[in-house]
Design a protein around this ligand. Structure first.
Ligand SMILES: N[C@@H](CCC(=O)N[C@@H](CS)C(=O)NCC(=O)O)C(=O)O
Length: 238
């Protein structure tokens, strides 16, 4: 049984792992959502689990028996082949990992639109910097990242990034969902230029396990605590 450790009330980066576990119907426990779960997560971050494993710097992280791993992309790299969401060959798995690391970079930049000075400060203390950063992000970075993924989906074919369904497709789906929530105007403006990404998004949304998960209570709503936040003043037009 996989144990997932992540902040219980938000989607955040943990959602990329949840989507992979849900889509593949892998049994898992969302530890911090259980009784005493946050304490259990904090304890897990400061107690040695196995000699071979580093302590996690931050959630999300997983435990699989005596293996403990942090960093979303690395967790997905580890889980992917084991749960049928990555190619069997090493080259294919590296391909998936490379794409996932670009998702990591994209999500970091999305986070930094509302926290450009630092995540230890409140949004209210960095609003003018957030607006300046978001304008550049919306104008330059959304088109650059999504344009890159559009080309990669076209190369992958069949509304996939790798020529087969993978955990990276699930993460790209979540990215589109989050952008629609956080930046509805900019996202609506760019969607017509991204038919392959949108076809991938719709294909993922229609997968039975994903659709069931999205309807379930396990899927927490987007909110102004996660990576994708809707602040009307940041919903700028490119
Ligand atoms: N590179 C890590 C980033 C992990 C991360 O930033 N986690 C956030 C929540 S989404 C956190 O709790 N950070 C605490 C901190 O950075 O002090 C990943 O992709 O998983």
């Amino acid at each position: 049984m996989i144990e997932l450790f992540y902040w219980p009330t938000i989607q955040g980066r943990g959602e990329l792992i949840r989507l992979a576990l849900e889509d593949s119907a892998t049994p898992y426990v969302d530890v911090a959502r259980g009784p005493g779960g946050i304490s259990a997560m904090q304890a897990a971050m400061s107690a040695e689990h196995g000699k071979a494993d580093a302590l996690p710097f931050a959630p999300p992280f997983i435990r699989d028996g005596d293996v403990q791993l942090a960093h979303t992309a690395l967790v997905l790299h580890y889980l992917g082949a084991r749960i049928g969401l990555a190619p069997d060959d090493e080259r294919g798995r590296m391909h998936a990992h490379q794409l996932q690391l670009s998702i990591t970079d994209f999500h970091s930049e999305i986070h930094d639109t509302h926290h450009p000075l630092g995540s230890s400060l409140y949004y209210e203390d960095q609003k003018s910097e957030a607006l300046a950063r978001t304008k550049v992000f919306v104008r330059d970075r959304i088109p650059k990242f999504l344009g890159y993924f559009e080309r990669e989906v076209l190369r992958g074919g069949e509304a996939t990034l790798l020529g087969r369904h993978s955990y990276v497709d699930l993460s790209l789906f979540q990215t589109v969902e989050g952008l629609r929530y956080a930046f509805p105007r900019a996202t609506a403006a760019i969607e017509p230029k991204l038919p392959a990404v949108m076809a991938l998004h719709d294909r993922v949304a229609s997968r039975p396990n994903v659709a069931a998960y999205l309807r379930s209570e396990r899927r927490r709503p987007f909110s102004e605590q996660g990576i994708f936040r809707r602040y009307p003043e940041l919903d700028v037009v490119p």
